[in-house]
Design a binder for this molecule. Sequence first.
Ligand SMILES: Nc1ncnc2c1ncn2[C@@H]1O[C@H](COP(=O)(O)OP(=O)(O)O[C@H]2O[C@H](CO)[C@@H](O)[C@H](O)[C@H]2O)[C@@H](O)[C@H]1O
Length: 490
Amino acid sequence: MYIVQIASECAPVIKAGGLGDVVYGLSRELEIQGNNVELILPMYDCMRYDHIWGIHDAYRDLWVPWYGGRIHCSVYCGWVHGQLCFFIEPHSEENFFHRGKYYGESDDYMRFAFFSKAALEFLLQSNKRPDVIHCHDWQTGLVPVMLFEMYKWHGMANQRVCYTIHNFKHQGVTGADILWATGLNNDAYYYQYHCLRDDHHNCLNIMKGGINYSNFVNTVSPHHAWEARFNGEGCGLEPTLNIHHSKFSGILNGLDYNFWNPEKDAYIPHPYSADNFAEKAKNKKALRERLLLSDEDKPLVCYIGRLDQQKGVHLVHHSMYYALERGVQFVLLGSATEPSINAWFQHEKEFLNNNPNCHLELGFNEELSHLIYAAADIIVVPSNYEPCGLTQIISLKYGTVPVVRGVGGLVNTVFDWDYDDSHTPEERNGFMFYQTDKYAAESALCRALDLWDNEPKLFQKLAVQGMNYDYSWTNPVQEYLKAYEAIRHK
Ligand SMILES: Nc1ncnc2c1ncn2[C@@H]1O[C@H](COP(=O)(O)OP(=O)(O)O[C@H]2O[C@H](CO)[C@@H](O)[C@H](O)[C@H]2O)[C@@H](O)[C@H]1O
């Protein structure tokens, strides 16, 4: 099958979070299983050019209609760790992708509306006719809208769209400008509920358009698909999901075990596997040296992820102080886009600066994240909501025991050591709590640390059980292929 993914991220060249990991990992596995996969991405100034091989001109003069005129674009092509990618670079005053960051600009809706339009225009003009176009999140939600309202009439009638929602919180709620810019124009038409009109405000909702127009829609775990429809996690899109329930499902994310694998991870000094688990401790020593932490016989707890309300920052903060109170070490790697959260953690960083048991690294650092996954004994993932969650899946692979809140994909991947009676003791792999208060998080972390203190052999057994889980892309890709096949013949 010929599949084109249109996305705003692809790891490791463009990665702000888990979306990048998924776009790359899914594409690779689809190719390995015999499909032809191409990616279309924005050409950001700040992406990791060192991860692109053989970049060259692919399409020199792509003219993209925009408002009444056209914007001239160049399209480059290169390989990101074996995966063929096309990068679109617009040449206009707006400098859409020359902002030094991927997101968080006041004109984000316009930037990604333009990207969606340019991606379709590139497919049209270069005569690419994929069986399936796979789009992700609000940034590319206009692709199916434009495909079925405009491009279908210009020779793209046979293309079908799979739309994956990684985060319902950000939907792209905006005004009519995107219609005038993209040439959809007819605002009276698109302001109808079955098109783009938001269910709660007099606005357009790009994600809602993505759901309405796509042939297949999914979120990234079965439990979150249920939560989105029935438990308030659809962030206002519940009515739309209910109307379209027959084309909506949850497919659990996989992990690219070529990239995330302690046996051959280039970013960790001491490779290890379940069979030589003792080597993991050397990475802990290496991390302690790097971060100037004291090297004593005590557990190391970590948090890796965006510092955001979604991730339960107050519980991350509490876990850190609880760990320090118990005399264990805590390492945090995270970045915040919200200024108040950023200021809060900057303050904590300064306050804890000379503490030999704690290190806060504020910023995005792919290489360091690998070393922390390899070094830590425990990771905390106390999310308020979590469509899938990759940090617990990565941690399991690295023998780092997850302590998680029982929401979204965390419920589908972590099974409590003490209480999960739907799994045998040999199948359990972490600790779980449910409430959002600090005592709940503390009690689960306490159970994990008690096991480390009192039953070190059992703690190691639990960590190794986690390593033996298979959360690779092999199974999820079969589910995507089934979905692609089903829509392809419609
Ligand atoms: N400061 C930092 N430095 C280095 N690496 C960092 C980092 N902060 C985060 N990362 C990395 O980014 C990824 C984050 O994965 P998450 O599952 O937490 O994704 P996120 O919430 O962004 O995305 C959304 O999409 C994904 C993918 O579908 C869903 O799993 C998730 O639930 C949903 O919220 C991991 O690879 C992690 O190691």
